[in-house]
Design a protein around this ligand. Sequence first.
Ligand SMILES: [Zn+2]
Ligand SMILES: [Zn+2]
Length: 258
Amino acid sequence: MIRCDFHVHTSFCDGENTPEEMVLAALEKKITRLGFSGHAHTPFDERYCMSPEGTRRYYETVRALGEKYRERITILCGLEQDLYSDPPGPGFDYLIGSVHYLKIGEEYLPLDETAEILTEAASRFFGGDMLALAEAYFDSAASLASLRPTVVGHFDLITKFNEKNALFDENDPRYLAAAKRAADALLETGALFEVNTGAMSRGFRAAPYPGRAILSYIIERGGKLLLSSDAHNAAGLLYGFDRGEAFAASLGGLFVTL
Ligand SMILES: [Zn+2]
Ligand SMILES: [Zn+2]
């Protein structure tokens, strides 16, 4: 099983544990490479992300831990950069580019909080058409290409509350066409795609992001994969990696590391 994890949050953003607690848990789990990916500052929603000052302390803390534990584990310092985050400062080892909001006019609608926010947004802005909301989501995902991310984070986050197609049909041609357009734009940048088990550990989904049809498409088009947990606490590290690895391997997926 893969024993590296690069999508990891701490108490500097919306995670539960300090970076050092995460390092100690990683050592216990025999992780050989650990990457931190604190949420970059998004000025319009500071509930979950790091402040500019917090980002500086986060960077220094993670670098100091890298030194302290260098004999036992390799520690990388990255950021999870939202499409609408402040631009990243220099020095980070990698960026995970993610879409967490749909920007409509001057409003930023969070996509991963509740199913109700999504259904309400569909009825307010898209005449109740959930697939139109999903199309708008993938248009935003395509524009992540402009950030040149190292890794595309949870590519189909819009399915977080869609277990058993509860909100829309993930096999609908409109849905798949929108997802493939975004995947094409991102594949062109050479970014890795996450196989992300975060919604499994939190009980929202039975399988990782992205869903089977989209993941197959990415693999067919030569996309390289990164297995990641999106851990928000120590228990989340490597969560579901056995299933994530088997799932992608069954589609011929190739995992790489950072
Ligand atoms: Zn995210
Ligand atoms: Zn994350």
